[in-house]
Design a protein around this ligand. Structure first.
Ligand code: MRU
Length: 359
């Protein structure tokens, strides 16, 4: 998608150096810095510290982590250990586990000399598949936005939480892909961008993406959604997902559940955009089975922004020595979700409908 009118993606292999490159998302929207990942250690740092984030993108990045590790030791034993390390970096999103398993399955019966090439090919494939999946999610989700526009014949107001745009994937995004497609097809849109405390992915990333694409948006603090919905200022909510169970429970950024409750109460459709790689077909109960990542409490007690001199600065906003607890995700039960938009088709948040994706 566009950055200053040039097309960019979030992760790529440099044609000359064959190094893996990413955008360091910790610095957005203030600075666009490209970072090289040259070792497994770099990849683990990038995922843990959220230089890259968003379920699909951390899955793709982890695949390149497997490749970089295999360049040092391509034995199956080392790659099993690498996979475990990668999965432990961010436990909630299923995409890392999905990518690691895909790679280990592919190499398990071959000689270790072949592993590095095989893993690189597969990582490139996983990256390309993510682009294709998000493109198709965009097309399938466009139909839903178009239906709303056909009925309303006026600007469609979409509320989104966290960042599930192209920065959370390789390109296009999940929740924002339908928005980008609809905008390009001339549907008038306005996006309500939830701040998404504590790391502010809505303000820092979603708003930056939308503004670069020229899509009208307004930034609101996390508690505003209910008021907007009561006052008929939201036509549809679309979010991403970090892990969706086979029964349609959706684990996504903390605060998603409260938006879904407000949407239900106000009869507003709540859609989740989910690449099939983010569906965990082995789980049936989101609340009891999905591991919820608890992050460093500093993310709550400090905020980062530009100071008056234009320098990126971190400031403390809570009493010294106060205790904060940083749950990064919550689970929205299936009954609050109207549709799940996948790359294959739009399904209901029910087991039968979700299992039909495997046919
Ligand atoms: O903690 P983050 O920024 O990785 O959380 C990201 C989200 O919750 C996204 O909404 C989710 O990964 C879906 S992204 C396509």
């Amino acid at each position: 998608m566009k950055v200053n009118n040039k097309n960019m993606q979030t992760i790529w292999m440099d044609n000359n150096s064959e190094n893996i490159k990413i955008i360091d998302q910790r610095l957005l929207p203030f600075e666009l810095k490209i970072q090289e990942l040259n070792s497994l250690k770099d990849v683990i740092f990038a995922i843990k510290e959220m230089q890259v984030r968003g379920a699909p993108l951390i899955g793709v990045t982890a695949s390149y982590g497997m490749y970089l590790s295999s360049k040092i030791d391509s034995s199956y034993e080392n790659l099993i250990k690498t996979g475990e390390e990668l999965i432990n970096t961010r436990p909630t999103a299923v995409n890392i586990e999905w990518a690691v398993k895909k790679i280990l399955n592919k190499i398990k019966n071959q000689s270790k000399e072949k592993n590095t090439d095989t893993i690189l090919n597969l990582a490139n494939q996983i990256r390309q598949d993510d682009i294709n999946a998000c493109n198709n999610i965009g097309n399938n989700g466009f139909e839903l936005l178009n239906e709303i526009y056909d009925k309303k014949k006026d600007k469609v107001n979409v509320l989104t939480h966290c960042n599930a745009g192209w920065l959370a994937t390789v390109d296009w995004g999940t929740a924002l892909a339908p928005v980008y497609k609809a905008h390009r097809k001339g549907i008038p849109l306005h996006i309500w961008v939830d701040e998404t405390r504590p790391r502010n992915q809505g303000f820092n990333l979603t708003a930056w993406e939308l503004m670069n694409e020229g899509i009208p948006c307004s930034l609101v603090v996390d508690n505003t959604g209910g008021h907007l919905m009561q006052n008929k200022m939201v036509d549809v909510c679309i979010t991403g997902t970090d892990r969706t169970t086979a029964t349609g429970d959706v684990c996504n950024k903390i605060g998603t559940y409260l938006k879904a409750l407000a949407a239900k109460e106000n009869n507003i459709p709540f859609y989740v955009a989910a690449p099939i790689s983010s569906i965990d077909f082995s789980m049936n109960d989101g609340i009891n089975q999905v591991p919820i990542e608890v992050r460093d409490s500093e993310e709550i007690s400090y905020m980062t922004g530009l100071d008056k001199e234009g320098k990126i600065t971190k400031i403390r906003t809570t009493p010294t020595n106060s205790i904060s607890v940083n749950y990064a995700f919550d689970v929205t039960p299936a009954k609050f979700i109207n549709k799940i938009i996948t790359e294959k088709k739009v399904v209901d948040a029910t087991k039968n409908s979700i299992l039909s994706l495997l046919e």
